[in-house]
Write a protein that binds this ligand. Structure first.
Ligand SMILES: NC(=O)c1ccc[n+]([C@@H]2O[C@H](COP(=O)([O-])OP(=O)(O)OC[C@H]3O[C@@H](n4cnc5c(N)ncnc54)[C@H](OP(=O)(O)O)[C@@H]3O)[C@@H](O)[C@H]2O)c1
Length: 291
C-alpha cells in the first residue's frame, strides 16, 4: 500500500515517513515537490504517485504570521484541503487530514478537555482557517479521517521546545506563560497513532493529542529537568506576553472517540517528552548552539 504524505518535511510529515516505512511504501513530499495550494499541480502529483491514501500534514502553522499573511494562510489551511478532497474523491483515494486544538475558544475550565462534538469558536485567523479546512474536506464528499491534534513538537521543528532551549543556552532568563492549558504532543507518537488508524481503516472526526494537562511553563520546566539543564525560568501571564494571535486559555483535547473505539495510542505527555529527550538530547543541544 502506497501512502502519499503532503507536508512531508514538517514535524508530523517527517515522523510519519519514518513510522510508515515499516509496513507501507511512504512517499513524503515537501512543498517544492507537492504544493497543495496549486490545484492543477496537485492533481498531476496524485496521478504520478497513484497513492492508496493521502495524508495532508501540510499547513501554514506560524500562528502569529497567519494574522498578517491572511491570504496565504487561507489558501493553504482553508482552500487547499478542499482541492485535495475533490481531487482524491475523483480518484477514489481516502484523505487523512490534520487539524488543530485552536478551533476551540478555550473557555472551558482547565480541568475539562474538548471532545470532538464540542462547539468550535476559533480565536485566531489560524484557527479559523483550519476550521474552514475541515469543512472543505467534508464538503468535498471524499472518504476522510480528520484528526485534530495539539501543541506539536518533534525533532524536525521549529517548535516551542527548540525555541526555549536556544534562549536558555544563550544564557537568557526565561519567562513562560503559565495560564494557557494544553498537552504537548510528540509528532512521533501522533505518527504511530495515524499508522494504527490507517491499519484499522477508520473514518470520521477524531481528537489525537497527548494525555494529561500542563501549561507552557510546566512543559518548559519538565523539559529542562529532563535535559538536566539548570535554567532561570519564571512563570508569567498571557497578558504579559502579547502576541499577534489570541490563543485559547484551555485547548486540551480529549481523545474520546479513539478511546471509545479501543484505538487510542496516545499517552501522557511526560512519558513522550522523556522518550524524546532520551533520544535527541545531544542533537537538540548541538542544533540550538549552531542556530
Ligand atoms: N505545530 C503545532 O503545534 C500543531 C498544533 C495543532 C495542530 N497542528 C497541525 O498538524 C499538522 C502538522 O503540523 P506540523 O507541526 O508538522 O507543522 P510543520 O512542522 O510546520 O509542517 C508543515 C509543513 O507544511 C509545509 N507547507 C506549507 N505550505 C505548504 C503548501 N502550500 N504545500 C505543501 N506543503 C506546505 C511546510 O513547509 P514550509 O516549512 O516550507 O512552509 C511544512 O514543512 C498541520 O495540519 C497543523 O495545522 C500543528
Amino acid at each position: 500500500m502506497r501512502i502519499l504524505i503532503a507536508g512531508g518535511k514538517g514535524q508530523v510529515g517527517s515522523d510519519l515517513a519514518e513510522v510508515l516505512r515499516g509496513g507501507y511504501e511512504a512517499v513524503a513530499l515537501g512543498r517544492d515537490e507537492f504544493d497543495i495550494s496549486r490545484e492543477a499541480g496537485l492533481e498531476r502529483v496524485l496521478d504520478e504517485v497513484r497513492p492508496s491514501c493521502l495524508i495532508n500534514a501540510a499547513a501554514f502553522t506560524r500562528v502569529d504570521a497567519c494574522e498578517t499573511e491572511r491570504e496565504a494562510a487561507w489558501r493553504v489551511n482553508a482552500e487547499a484541503p478542499g482541492f485535495l478532497g475533490w481531487a482524491c474523491r475523483g480518484r477514489g483515494i481516502p484523505l487523512l487530514h490534520l487539524s488543530t486544538d485552536y478551533v476551540f475558544d478555550g473557555r472551558k475550565p482547565p480541568a475539562e478537555a474538548y471532545a470532538e462534538d464540542d462547539p468550535t469558536g476559533p480565536l485566531s485567523f489560524y484557527g479559523e482557517s483550519k476550521l474552514e479546512g475541515e469543512r472543505q474536506v467534508l464538503a468535498s464528499g471524499v472518504e476522510s479521517l480528520i484528526l485534530r491534534t495539539a501543541w506539536v513538537y518533534g525533532i524536525a521543528g521549529p517548535n516551542f521546545l527548540k525555541a526555549v532551549l536556544k534562549r536558555a543556552l544563550a544564557g537568557q532568563a526565561l519567562k513562560v506563560v503559565d495560564d494557557q492549558w494544553g498537552a504537548p504532543t510528540w509528532s512521533h507518537r501522533l505518527a504511530r497513532q495515524i499508522r494504527r488508524l490507517i491499519a484499522e481503516d477508520v473514518g470520521g472526526l477524531f481528537h489525537a493529542a497527548a494525555e494529561g494537562a500542563a501549561t507552557w511553563y510546566q512543559v518548559a520546566r519538565e523539559f529542562f529537568r529532563l535535559m538536566k539543564l539548570d535554567v532561570a525560568l519564571s512563570p508569567c501571564k498571557t497578558s504579559e506576553y502579547p502576541t499577534a494571535a489570541r490563543r485559547p486559555a484551555n485547548s486540551r483535547l480529549e481523545n474520546r472517540r479513539l478511546r471509545a473505539m479501543g484505538l487510542c495510542e496516545m499517552t501522557d505527555w511526560r512519558e513522550d517528552l522523556a522518550e524524546f529527550v532520551a533520544r535527541f538530547r545531544e542533537r537538540l543541544i548541538e542544533e540550538a548552539r549552531a542556530s
